[in-house]
Unconditional design. Structure first.
Length: 304
């Protein structure tokens, strides 16, 4: 596929139907189902989830993109333990076939091959959520860019499930799992390094190389994300939440929360808590800085 261009040289732009940025509860299953439109989905974190289509199962154990075509039977089985975030867009392509070859569109693309697409998808959701001026035309152009990026990555061999790439070292993966289990406790980075069989300095260097931040920064970020979940779901005091996510001081927790979220924990709860979420398959989102409400549909099919 040489790009989405007709023989006359004009572009057939995709048309957004709806989009969203959702966090779903662990253990949820979707499908088997068929949809009448195209759907592109971005999973920003890997998990033991799977996607099945065309007699094939794709493991979603790393950040990735999926593209589902109209009429394709497909199903998701999500990780039973943890919430799963995904950003998605449903869209329509012109039926005359001049601009797009459906057979050439990739099904699965690894996220590391196309680093610019997450920002494009988030901006699509933002434009639709804000009903920005001419947002339908603007989101069409952005969707075209997304499809171009994904198809280019697949042609270059960067995205297919069969491809190989260096993964996060097992020592770091094990450390991340231990951090997650012990967020409420005091976590010694030196102990994690010792368990990995590395020096503190080497462990920190590999950690930064793998995740783009230091171990201490990662733990602090995860504690604030966990706190945001509790603020949305639990009727607990800010002090109790601070202790539950590993802070020994409510005052320090409050300062760190404001630094990360831009608002106080109480303001965050007032703005985002929704008791209805307890009765749905949705889970509390972690992204406290998202420029739009999470767990909501936006677009022409879902007018605000």
């Amino acid at each position: 596929m040489e790009g989405f261009v007709t023989e006359e040289g004009s572009r057939r732009l995709p048309r957004l139907s709806f989009c969203g940025d959702f966090v779903i509860r662990g253990g949820w299953k979707l499908g088997p189902r068929e949809i009448a439109e195209y759907e592109v989905v971005y999973f920003p974190a890997g998990s033991p989830s799977t996607y099945e289509t065309g007699g094939r199962t794709y493991k979603l154990d790393e950040p990735c993109y999926l593209l589902t075509k109209p009429g394709e039977t497909h199903a998701y089985v999500f990780d039973a333990e943890k919430p799963i975030r995904h950003i998605f867009c449903h869209f329509v392509l012109e039926p005359d076939g001049g601009g797009v070859s459906p057979e050439a569109l990739p099904v699965f693309v690894r996220a590391d091959g196309v680093p610019h697409v997450p920002a494009l998808l988030k901006y699509i959701v933002y434009l639709a959520s804000a009903a920005a001026p001419r947002y339908q035309e603007r989101t069409s152009a952005l969707l075209l860019a997304v499809l171009e990026e994904l198809s280019t990555a697949s042609r270059a061999g960067a995205g297919f499930a069969e491809g190989k790439r260096p993964s996060v070292p097992l020592q770091i993966t094990n450390a991340l799992a231990e951090m997650e289990e012990r967020l409420h406790e005091s976590i010694s980075i030196r102990e994690l390094a010792d368990r990995a069989g590395w020096s503190h300095e080497y462990f920190t260097r590999v950690f930064v190389s793998s995740l783009g931040m230091s171990p201490k920064q990662y733990v602090l970020r995860r504690r604030i994300e966990r706190a945001s979940e509790l603020l949305r779901l639990q009727d607990l005091s800010v002090k109790e939440i601070a202790y539950r996510v590993g802070f020994q001081s409510e005052q320090y927790f409050s300062r760190v929360f404001v630094r990360h979220a831009g608002i106080t924990a109480t303001q965050y709860r007032d703005r985002h808590a929704d008791p209805r979420i307890l009765n749905l398959h949705l889970a509390p989102p972690n992204d406290i800085a998202a420029p739009y409400p999470l767990n909501r549909m936006f677009g022409p099919s879902f007018p605000s």
